[in-house]
Design a protein around this ligand. Sequence first.
Ligand code: GLY
Ligand code: MN
Ligand code: MN
Length: 436
Amino acid sequence: MITRAEFSKRRKRLMAMADEQSILIIPSANERLRSKDTTYPFRQDSDFWYLTGFNEPEALLVMVPGRSKGECLLFCRERDADKEAWDGPRVGPEAAVEALAMDDAYPISDLDDILPGLLEGRSRVYYHYGRDSDFDLTLMGWLNRVRAQKRLGAEPPHEFLELGHLLDELRLFKSAGEIALMRRSAEIAVEAQIAAMQATPQARYEYEVEAALQHVYRRRNAVPSYEPIVGSGPNACVLHYRANNAPVKKGDLLLCDAGAEYALYASDITRTWPVSGRFNPAQKALYQRVLDAHQAAIQAARVGAAYDVIHSTAVSVLTEGLLSLGLLKGSLKNALATESYKKFYMHKTGHWLGLDVHDVGEYKLGGKSRQLEPGMVFTIEPGLYIAPGTPGVPAKYQGIGIRIEDDILMTKNGPENLTVGVPATVDAIEALMAKP
Ligand code: GLY
Ligand code: MN
Ligand code: MN
């Protein structure tokens, strides 16, 4: 659990980065109507959550560093007995101050009256410009009201800055509390992958394998961190396959890319296993190349190493593997220089992981790959995809897609694999699937 004190500390750190002349504006997510009075599942905005721990829609956090009458202000829905009887309890502005360690809280309906006054006299506005066009217009409306008062001495802000430039950097480094939640998220995703692997030999359709994942997530108070990808046979070559409705065939491999979201923290695992429980020789040969790349890439993740080295290591090992199998021709140097491997490996080897599955944070600083540091969490996910009908490829390799993905916590002692509990070697997968 993230404590109230930690949420408060994050706000203070962000304000210290932003300086005294600024104002920071962070809206919550809102409920989205699906039809009539039915909404899509509500998921709080990750930035808003990171700074408040408040899980209601129709709310706004405003931070005004150095303001004598209070720096951290929350706008939220008022209590409403009728609405709460239908939709559940609301915190309300009166209780929010204490519950969330805010300096003040107001009804969200008072925004229009209060915001122009808060903007007045501040020179910089930090906000996610362009993310929500309705809110962009609302903010511009408030600014124009301050501008209209200029003749009367009002000082409107004149610098408009991207909030993510500061906030993403904070979110990139996970605290002990966050790491504990990410471990739990990883543990749930591990259990789900194992259940899916074990359910496969009896499954008739991909969605039955997906059901095994979902059963574990819900039983452990989690939801999927993205739509699971359960692709058997050639469907595994479709990188964002989500239909999950094809029949599974005994001789095929099945690629399962699925993660949990627990307490808003994501995990993200891929394993690829044989539907029958046994790899055939061609599947095994390709699989071992991906596993070699996966293991080499994890070993390359060291504090002080460039983030890019993870990808370049995976690419080298995969390309060597493709050359050794005759799927690419020529020298390693030439294959790397011409990027001929991209026909079979077209994505990057990972991404930051946290409140979002593709989490925030720069990959480059000053035009160069940034260095790995303790507290960063990222995936390592090499793969090979031989789309059916690829010219010049022996039939035994056609229509095979393989990815192996784990979640890595960077520690000062090296990479810690948070999802190592799912079998990844050929022998371990076959052993698990042979269990009754
Ligand atoms: N499932 C999305 C990813 O692995 O990045
Ligand atoms: Mn994934
Ligand atoms: Mn991923």
